[in-house]
Design a protein around this ligand. Structure first.
Ligand code: PRP
Ligand code: MN
Ligand code: MG
Length: 180
């Protein structure tokens, strides 16, 4: 295990199980549509590529990069659009894939953007939901885990851009922050 990790919240096996459950459900719900599956970079990169493996349906994928934490542990409150979609979303059934919903600001920003561009439908699949963190109203349709109010890293999620490559989700040792 990575030396900076205090404890593992969701193991590789836990995550694989959640991906299978969500992917199977999504495949069923979208079998008569051709959704545009949007990966919200960078955090959702691992989750999105795993969950779509259990979706044997017609679908297209795209990526959008937004950031508001700037590597830290608290939302700055300002969403920066770093890379836009390549796809025209007008008339499309959109499935947004996120790693975590915390304050809800990122999701709200993305939903507003997609509505503005005349998406036909918008659903949200997130690996983790932290309802205790909400500042604006935001709701996911598909949730892997409800997480306690702790700052988590791994499996796409970063602290100062590190730990995204860990195959599990965990909590950092306090010394990692205090050493700064
Ligand atoms: C994180 C996370 C979500 C968002 C959730 O992204 O990946 O996209 O914040 O937080 P919110 O509900 O409070 O908006 P971040 O801004 O850290 O960018 P990153 O995905 O590139 O790490
Ligand atoms: Mn993100
Ligand atoms: Mg981040």
């Amino acid at each position: 295990m990575n030396n900076d990790i205090l404890k593992v919240l969701y193991s590789e096996e836990d995550i694989a199980e959640a991906c299978k459950r969500l992917g199977t459900q999504l495949a069923e719900d979208y079998k008569d549509k051709t959704p545009l599956i949007i990966c919200v970079l960078k955090g959702a990169i691992l989750f999105m590529t795993d969950v779509i493996r259990d979706m044997d349906i017609y679908a297209t994928i795209d990526f959008i990069d937004v950031s508001s934490y700037n590597g830290g542990t608290a939302s700055s409150g300002t969403i920066r659009l770093l890379k836009d979609l390549d796809t025209d979303v007008s008339g499309r059934d959109i499935l947004l894939v996120e790693d975590i919903i915390d304050t809800g600001r990122t999701l709200k920003y993305l939903e507003d953007l997609l509505k503005d561009r005349n998406a036909k439908s918008i659903k949200v699949c997130t690996l983790m939901d932290k309802p205790s963190g909400r500042v604006v109203e935001a709701k996911a349709d598909y949730v892997g885990f409800n997480v306690p109010s702790e700052f988590v890293v791994g499996y796409g999620l970063d602290y100062e851009e590190k730990y995204r490559n860990l195959p599990y989700v965990g909590v950092l040792k306090p010394s990692v922050y205090s050493d700064k």
